[in-house]
Ligand binder design. Structure first.
Ligand SMILES: [Zn+2]
Length: 313
């Protein structure tokens, strides 16, 4: 089974204007560098992003079918306390994701994005879990809290009680006004939280990103409840010599174990640079002299995620 554990829907009204204006400068720069194009931020948004808007996620299912991906975990990001509320309130965004997951019941799994400091957050999450069937938390601490701050403890406690994982953004962030705080997304701070809550499963999204991957892997090596996802690593995959990428993959498997590593995309943006089917093939049919056992590849592509998501069988 192939599972993408990290993806976002492209839906109007889910992202604040102040975030888009800054972030699109970062994203168009990355896209242009990866594809050797020269889109302006405006053209990038109009020509590349806008056609991807689909509140039903039917386009995602099509893309998954073509690439052989069985299931995908989807979630919004709760930026509201930093940038101001998006046209669709954060709580309603979670509901929208839950409804889309219901529309594609055997294919999509929805996590709830929450800023733990939000008034009414616990009550909302109880409803999202019990009534809407949401299967995990998503934290983006870059909006301004430290992951090991007591304001987050209720999330970790509920995740333990409900037996669901906490997806944590670790790594960089684009331009924005006000600025996202990079230091809050360092794996070390999430590791401190994971050490304090050993019964809670933590997924370090983006495996710490290109700057902090060693810190993320260090946490996965030391802490039985820390996992990493490989979203955003499409760029090193397409830009580095293959030998270097697969040396890196071999290293993180040897250090942390394939049972700590999960296939992921962070679509949409990374899929524009490296199509989903190519990213799957990077693991299924690695073009390299480095050796990867079938068992290791099976774990990374879906086995590890099956265990974390409680999808045994
Ligand atoms: Zn993401």
């Amino acid at each position: 089974m192939i599972i993408d554990v990290h993806r976002h829907l492209i839906v109007k009204g889910t992202v604040q204007g102040s975030y888009i204006r800054g972030a699109q400068k970062s994203f168009v720069m990355m896209y242009n560098k990866a594809r050797n194009t020269s889109y302006s931020p405006h053209d990038f948004t109009e020509k590349i992003i806008r056609p991807q808007i689909d509140p039903t996620a039917d386009n995602i299912i099509e893309e998954m079918d073509a690439a052989g991906v069985d299931k995908t975990v989807i979630f919004p990001v709760d930026y509201g306390l930093l940038f101001g509320e998006a046209p669709i309130h954060a709580f309603d965004q979670n509901k929208l994701y839950a409804e889309v997951a219901k529309r594609h019941e055997n294919r999509l799994i929805a996590f709830m994005a929450i800023d733990p400091r939000r008034p009414g957050a616990l009550k909302h999450c109880e409803q999202a879990y019990h009534e809407w069937g949401m299967k995990g938390f998503k934290l983006h601490a870059g909006v301004g809290y430290m992951p090991d701050d007591p304001c987050c403890y209720w999330v970790y406690e509920k995740a333990t009680e409900w037996g669901i994982p906490v997806m944590c953004h670790t790594g960089g962030a684009p331009n924005s006004t006000p600025a996202l705080r990079w230091e809050c997304s360092r794996p070390a701070y999430f590791a401190s939280a994971a050490a304090r809550f050993p019964e809670t499963d933590f997924i370090f999204a983006h495996c710490g990103d290109i700057g902090w991957w060693q810190e993320a892997i260090q946490a996965a090596v030391w802490l039985p409840n820390v996992y990493v996802d490989l979203s955003l690593w499409q760029k090193p995959y397409i830009k580095w010599p293959k030998k270097r990428f697969y040396q890196w993959l071999r290293d993180i498997i040897d250090l942390a174990g394939a049972d700590k590593i999960m296939f992921a995309t962070d679509a949409l943006y990374p899929n524009l640079m490296c199509p989903l089917a190519d990213w799957v093939q990077a693991f299924k049919n690695p073009e390299t002299d480095f050796e990867f056992s079938d068992a290791e590849i099976d774990l990374i592509l879906g086995g590890t995620a099956q265990k974390i998501l409680g999808l045994q069988g």
